[in-house]
Ligand binder design. Structure first.
Ligand code: GLN
Length: 474
């Protein structure tokens, strides 16, 4: 099969009766099966997907308007609560969890006629950068099976690049959409914090968790965002969406000022990645785009700040998995306390336990001031620096990751090295700004990603310039 057409074209064809949703769902499920060797998928939702496709076709046959995503198949990262299969977050803790309701994101997509066909692999509870922390299996990179796809939304990114569906949902707490997008060669969009409801998504670090998409084009990312964005009474952190459509993309780059962050281009950037990024930036300059160097002096501290705040919030969010209301229940325990300990002992993998311990430590009295409080102070400083930079430029441009996809196993013995892969992505999460990964070229056959960022709530403008830059880079 050739690659999927643009999402808008698929939906128009289905809506006009030129293509049956049932056929699209079968096509998608066949790709999932044909590409099983990559281990991108935890489970399909085939039965429900077929029923929904029949319903879409039925409504269209009756002359009804189904919606902007009529019949478009998609894949959800398995930390989105969805009907049709268990929601596991790739953890033993939730292996048997059958969601009693669906995430708002899934509901909104379904309301426009989209059809979820499968649940994608991830690092358990979204903790990681490679999917190697999945309690089930590691997803393989579509370009080289000996390498990781990135994480934590590695299954979603691989699924899109392997043409299993036109788009996939991911979550991005510290880079989990953009990093796998960079490693697999997809467009990965992380909206402004709060723009998309997180109701029904397994919480990781609530002050940075964001929902977004993995797609093959900026145009597709914009359509998906247009369906997802906006206030949801079920998530009190949601913010107003922009008045117009996010999918209105045409725009020139004239008069736009871009900043290239000095700290992102420091020595630790892999030389072959640097070459691709410098080349891409050269193309932007050739097209007449104004690019100047800017500085975020606190940026080198962002990773340390993230790896204090994130585990602190993780340790709190994971406390609900007690084996009684939620999570793996340990049979045969002699009392509640043993059941609690065994449930958590068996249900959580090494990385979740590590984060619970680090998080509990940085929040404990005596250490709170030295770690958590100090991290919050630096986070505020970084937010102020980001605001200042956006007074002088409209957008930031730079690499998404310092390397290309690494070999499976290369970082698994060394969590600190694994954490370092997030060095370019965490700042957008700590400051809440929107960011996107665009495929920028290849190095030794492996994709390299270009990252763009904009001020908070400028998602529409970011997608517009990303579309123009995508054209310049292809
Ligand atoms: N890799 C980062 C981490 O392990 C980010 C994860 C994410 O964005 N979900 O925390």
């Amino acid at each position: 099969m050739t690659s999927w057409p643009a999402i808008a074209d698929i939906a128009n064809k289905v809506q006009s009766g030129g293509q049956r949703a049932e056929g699209l769902v079968e096509q998608s499920l066949k790709m999932v099966e044909d590409k099983q060797a990559y281990k991108a998928i935890i489970a399909t939702t085939a039965k429900r997907a077929r029923m929904r496709a029949a319903d879409v076709d039925h409504r269209i046959a009756k002359g009804q308007r189904v919606g902007r995503l009529a019949g478009v198949p998609f894949i959800a990262k398995d930390n989105f609560l969805a009907y049709g299969a268990n929601t596991t977050a790739a953890s033993n803790m939730l292996k048997n969890f059958d969601a009693p309701y669906q995430a708002t994101a899934i509901e909104r997509l379904e309301a426009e006629g989209a059809i979820c066909v499968a649940k994608a692999n991830l690092d358990a509870f979204a903790h990681g950068s490679s999917t190697e922390n999945s309690d089930f299996f590691t997803t393989l990179n579509p370009h080289d099976k000996s390498r990781v796809p990135g994480g934590s939304s590695g299954g979603s990114a691989a699924a899109v690049v392997l043409d299993m569906a036109p788009f996939a949902l991911g979550t991005d707490t510290g880079g989990s959409i953009r990093l796998p997008a960079a490693f697999c060669g997809a467009v990965g969009y992380k909206p402004t914090y709060g723009l998309v409801s997180r109701s029904g998504v397994v919480a990781m670090a609530s002050s940075t968790d964001v929902i977004g998409s993995l797609t093959r084009s900026v145009e597709d990312a914009a359509i998906v965002l247009d369906v997802l964005a906006g206030v949801d009474p079920l998530d009190s952190t949601t913010i107003q969406r922009q008045a117009g459509s996010y999918a209105d993309l045409p725009i020139g780059l004239k008069g736009k000022r871009f900043g290239i962050v000095k700290e992102y281009m420091a020595e630790d950037l892999n030389p072959s990645v640097r070459k691709v990024i410098t080349n891409a930036i050269g193309k932007l300059k050739d097209a007449g785009i104004h690019i100047e160097e800017v500085s975020l002096p606190s940026l080198p501290l962002a990773l340390a700040v993230y790896y204090i705040i994130c585990p602190a919030e993780v340790s709190s969010n994971l406390s609900r998995y007690d084996g009684q209301r939620f999570g793996h229940s340990y049979k045969g325990a002699k009392d509640l306390s043993e059941s609690y300990n065994k449930s958590r002992g068996v249900g959580f993998g090494t990385e979740a336990k590590r984060r619970i311990m680090v998080g509990t430590y940085v929040l404990s009295s005596g250490y709170y001031d030295a770690y958590y409080k100090r991290a919050q102070i630096v986070r505020t400083k970084l937010i102020n620096e980001m605001n200042d930079v956006f007074n002088s430029v409209d957008f930031l441009v730079g690499p998404t990751a310092a390397t290309t996809a690494f070999k499976i196993g290369a970082n698994s013995e060394n969590p600190l090295n694994m954490y370092l892969t997030d060095i370019m992505t965490v700042a957008a999460n700590l400051t809440g700004v929107p960011a996107i990964n665009l495929p920028a070229g290849r190095s030794d056959g492996l994709p390299v990603g270009l990252q763009l960022m904009a001020p908070q709530r400028q998602d529409g403008r970011l997608l517009q310039v990303a579309k123009t830059i995508e054209e310049l880079l292809t």
